[in-house]
Design a protein around this ligand. Sequence first.
Ligand code: DGL
Length: 258
Amino acid sequence: MRIGFFDSGIGGLTVLHQALRFLPNEDYIYYADTWHVPYGDKPKEEVKGYIFEAVDFIVKQGVKALVIACNTATSIAVEDLRKTYDFPILGIEPAVKPAVQSCEPKHKKVLVLATPLTLKEEKFHNLVKRLGQDDLIDSLPMPGLVHLAENFQFDDEVVLPYLKEKLAPFDINQYGTVVLGCTHFPFFKNSIKRLFPDDVEIISGSVGTAKNLERHLEARNLLGNGTGNVIYYQSGIKVDDPATLTKYKELLHKLDYN
Ligand code: DGL
């Protein structure tokens, strides 16, 4: 059976990219909720409805595990999904913990970039509270990056002006780590890096999620013997248009999105 990957759009490809590195002998379903992207600036209950509809579809295709490759969807729905379905469902959350661990000894702060919905949610606030380092952690919603990614606009000419405007109120020299808390953001890692001092780390939760998936499959004896084949769906419709497939494959294999 395949492993399902779900995101509001193309962002989850940055997580699937890592899964293919750690688990090349699996086959996958990638589901982008193209009709409803972006999730991050919509009301929570509306988005929850979209997520359940999508997951219901993915489950009907038959999967042995599901990765909610979207920080926003994880924060609002992963617990309810786990209560509803009886197979491994993994989520992704902003990698705040490793960021705090690496920044604390350097007396630097952490900047978390995510969608407005992720940053508003209890799950994020609880995560920050648990670490007991509120004053070390700043956050900044960057919904514009989701729009740019969905329009396949990755060029510095359009990306840098947006990033500069959003970062203008911040003293970038106080940060040791920038956390990419939305799966669409690793596409812009190089542009983001350019705006911070050289020693600033830019991290995401995608490697951790891929390793977690591997651990789950191993522990349940669910490892497969596939070939890394991916079937793509957009809001319940199988993608077979060659131009879209080429774009997806390019994004999946092009960069190191860690
Ligand atoms: N890719 C998603 C995330 O990780 C959400 C993007 C959106 O639909 O707003 O949060």
